[in-house]
Design a protein around this ligand. Structure first.
Ligand SMILES: [Zn+2]
Length: 51
């Protein structure tokens, strides 16, 4: 699998990779990049009961 470096996580600064076409994290519309861990944390912080 080829890993492509996307950029640093906006929260923790870890490098986020694209692995075989799948981003190991989240790229938000405002170009904020989050790693997997921070994506989960951000979701729990949001406490969104929708969906
Ligand atoms: Zn992070």
């Amino acid at each position: 699998m080829e890993k492509e470096q996307i950029g640093p996580c906006a929260r923790c600064g870890r490098t986020v990779y694209c692995n075989g076409g799948i981003v190991e994290g989240t790229l938000l519309e405002n170009r904020t990049l989050l790693c997997v861990t921070c994506t989960i944390e951000a979701k729990s912080e949001q406490n969104d009961s929708g969906s």
